[in-house]
Design a protein around this ligand. Structure first.
Ligand code: ADP
Length: 434
């Protein structure tokens, strides 16, 4: 307890002490000697108390202070009070840490805390079981020495943790883990690993199923189309002619759909490295220009290609061809004749930019976010007429994803649209000196 007027009491004690020595001085008629003795006694008493305090602080096991009087009693009590307060705080903190540990042990995911140098500070029980971490032997070891998968190391060192990553488990390659990293405290990172083996197996099965079904459907359709082409036509029979035409266009649509499904499956499964081969986009776009001209025969749009012939990039040519042709053919399909279409391939401050601008139908804002979903169409009847499979923009999205890019869409209803994408500076190949 703090006594605000304890100093008055202490002053009083000293005054009484000095008065006693004054009295002794008067009695023996040696004032100076009496005062010197008094002050020496005072000094000795205080030194003795300091000695006791030192012993209590450093050598005594007892928490409670020894019994003393006067000013020293308050000093002891003050220290004792601070000690008790610290002990309570430590207890509270200890309970908090215990609760946190219990909570994180109960997590259904493996959790690892690493410091700014990627050294492991702490991990929960599931991390030890699932990721094969040994505790406490692995404390202080670098996380990238334990999870050595190149994709994980790349993800971890890039430091862009806005999306999770899926890689095989370090202890069991049959299992797939989804790793998610979050900044934790000021300098720590929290890694959460979740077993997604079943989900990724199902995803693989789905991809395989779509690829196999598409492949299997291809042969019977080719046979049907072949016979349809060979069958003799009776121009007199209007019903038979109409039926034949309809069968022709429907099989063509199905073939289109299957080709697109196969392209999508191939891109999804593609493990081709984008940094390995150069793509001469100028030459490739010239070929697409020739195809676009054929497609444009009935429509008569004005199509202009503005291209930088020297701008080459690293990537997968077949994929980029699919993406660019889909965007160009869409512009031709969804622009009422005679429209204006401008295709550009140029370099700007964000990298290499491909864009297709049209003055066609345009798209309402509410559709934009869902446009790259499979089979999503703004106007179903209209798209069917154009013969589209509903997979075009989905293919574009996957191709761009593979090239670390994304589709940008600006559109105004009845005014037109701009579909564009950027390929990163690092994907631009060195220009050949003229
Ligand atoms: P589809 O095979 O139906 O064309 P896509 O995935 O290529 O499928 O396109 C999805 C939808 O986006 C289309 O159905 C169409 O409504 C819309 N769309 C695509 N490109 C354009 C464009 N240039 N102008 C207007 N609408 C477009």
């Amino acid at each position: 307890m703090y006594y605000p007027f304890s100093w008055v009491k202490s002053l009083f004690r000293i005054a009484v002490f000095l008065a006693a020595f004054t009295l002794i001085g008067l009695l023996i008629d040696r004032m100076l000697l009496a005062y010197a003795l008094g002050l020496t006694a005072l000094l000795i008493i205080n030194y003795f108390q300091l000695y006791k305090l030192n012993r209590w602080l450093w050598h005594s096991r007892k928490m409670s202070p020894p019994t003393v009087n006067g000013l020293w009693e308050h000093i002891y009590e003050g220290i004792y009070y601070l000690q008790r307060r610290n002990r309570n705080k430590r207890k509270e903190l200890g309970a908090l840490v215990k609760r946190f540990r219990e909570g994180s042990e109960a997590l259904p995911d493996a959790a690892v805390v690493v410091d700014e140098d990627a050294r492991i500070v702490w991990c929960n029980r599931l991390a030890r079981i699932e990721m094969g971490l040994r505790w406490p032997q692995d404390a202080g070891r670098r996380l990238d020495n334990l999870i050595r998968h190149p994709e994980f190391i790349d993800y971890f060192h890039k430091g862009r943790f806005d999306h999770p990553i899926e890689v095989p488990s370090p202890s069991n390659p049959q299992k797939t883990f989804e790793y998610r990293v979050m900044p934790y405290g000021e300098e720590h990172l929290l890694l959460i690993a979740r077993d997604v083996t079943r989900v990724s197996q199902l995803e693989e099965m789905r991809k395989d199923f779509v690829a196999n079904v598409s492949h299997e459907l291809r042969t019977p359709l080719t046979v049907i189309t072949g016979y349809l082409e060979l069958l003799p036509r009776d121009e007199q029979d209007s019903f038979a002619t109409k039926a034949m035409d309809e069968m022709f266009s429907q099989t063509a649509r199905m073939q289109n759909l299957i080709e697109d499904l196969l392209i999508l499956s191939r891109i999804e499964a593609s493990a081709e490295r984008i940094f390995e081969k150069q793509v001469d986009m100028y030459a490739m776009l010239q070929q697409i220009e020739a195809e676009a001209k054929t497609l444009n025969k009935d429509k008569n749009h004005k199509i202009r290609f503005e291209m930088d012939p020297e701008l080459k990039v690293f990537g997968v040519e077949t994929e980029l061809r699919s993406a660019c042709s889909n965007l160009i053919f869409n512009a031709i399909h969804y622009t009422p004749a005679p429209g204006k279409i401008v295709v550009k391939w140029e370099e700007d401050e964000r990298g290499a930019r491909f864009s297709v601008k049209d003055n066609g139908d345009g798209i309402e804002e509410r559709h934009l976010a869902r446009l790259t979903e499979r089979f999503y169409r703004v106007d179903k009847a209209r798209s069917r007429k154009t013969g589209g499979s509903g997979l075009g923009l989905s293919i574009v999205k996957h191709v761009l994803n593979h090239h670390n890019s994304h589709l940008e869409i600006e559109s105004k209803l009845n005014k037109g649209s701009v579909f564009s994408f950027h390929l990163n500076q690092q994907l631009i190949a060195e220009r050949s000196s003229a």
